[in-house]
Write a protein that binds this ligand. Structure first.
Ligand code: GLN
Length: 283
């Protein structure tokens, strides 16, 4: 018997609740499978689902209930800064905290004269680079990643969103150093979780994120140290550094920046949850 949108939602909601999962996942998956907004689904609650859609929807709900696989992986996309980005298991799922990092960059670069050149290190799905390229007029945007699979996702996102980003493969800033490129902005959400915290991670999304996007040696500081070794070869004078950081890494990362740029005054800022989450420094 064909199911209506209403019946499908009710089935999913009850099934998810029984399995102690968030019930809003049903709505998100239905939006995806029907290609409809929430409002449309509500307005058309008596319409029937095509047989094929109903069975795919059921499979996804059951898979989520059983394994906890994040809805972003089932749908293959996530929203970031008002746009939809493709994601898969080769990239970190975009987090809302990173929107705050991007906003911090946009606000600071407002006062600067154009043209400007910027790079996003370890771009993953490309969210930071693509958003900056689209939001900041006159910013020539570069993005690097070590993972070819991640770069494929980022390139496709840039194509779909019509963003002009120069992607290159390399370890942190290496590909820019090879071409003697100079930047006015260096931004990154690098891996920063200490390896020893792996077991205690509760966020289920992290179980599906690539390790190389999450974990770093040296108490989670290895990436910042590596980046700061390369920065002097790439940064123009007066460039802006902007990094996402772990909640307890403000002081350590500030010191890493000051080791290379003693006169800089790194600013640590909190995310919406009141945790230290980003650091900005003019160098
Ligand atoms: N904010 C991410 C998390 O804790 C970590 C991302 C990162 O290491 N850059 O899930």
């Amino acid at each position: 018997m064909a199911k209506t949108i209403f019946e499908a939602r009710r089935w999913a909601s009850l099934f998810l609740e029984e399995n102690n999962r968030e019930t809003n996942v049903g709505m998100l998956l239905l939006q995806h499978h029907m290609g409809m907004s929430r409002a449309q689904l509500l307005a058309e609650s008596r319409s029937e689902l095509p047989e094929e859609t109903w069975s795919q929807f059921q499979k996804d709900i059951e898979k989520h209930a059983e394994t906890g696989v994040p809805v972003q992986h089932l749908i293959g996309s996530e929203e970031f800064f008002g746009r939809t980005f493709n994601v898969n298991n080769h990239v970190l799922i975009p987090r809302p905290e990173t929107e705050e990092l991007v906003l911090g960059v946009i606000n600071r670069l407002r006062q600067k004269e154009r043209p400007l050149r910027g790079v996003d290190i370890g771009t993953g799905s490309g969210i930071i680079a693509i958003t900056l390229a689209l939001e900041i007029e006159g910013l020539s945007t570069h993005a690097t990643d070590l993972s070819i699979d991640a770069l494929n996702v980022a390139r496709e996102n840039a194509r779909q969103l019509d963003a002009d980003v120069h992607f290159s493969r390399g370890d942190f800033l290496e590909s820019l150093m090879e071409h003697n490129e100079k930047m006015d902005l260096i931004v990154s959400n690098p891996p920063y979780i200490p390896e020893r915290d792996r077991e205690s991670l509760e966020d289920v999304v992290e179980k599906y994120d690539p390790d190389m996007a999450l974990f770093a040696d040296d108490n989670g500081l290895a990436a910042y140290k590596k980046i700061m070794k390369q920065v002097p070869q790439v940064a123009n004078e007066g460039a802006l550094l902007a990094f996402e950081i772990g909640h307890d890494q403000g002081e350590a990362v500030s010191n890493i920046i000051k080791d290379t740029y003693p006169q800089s005054e790194p600013q640590v800022e909190k995310d919406i949850n009141g945790k230290d989450r980003m650091i900005f420094a003019w160098i």
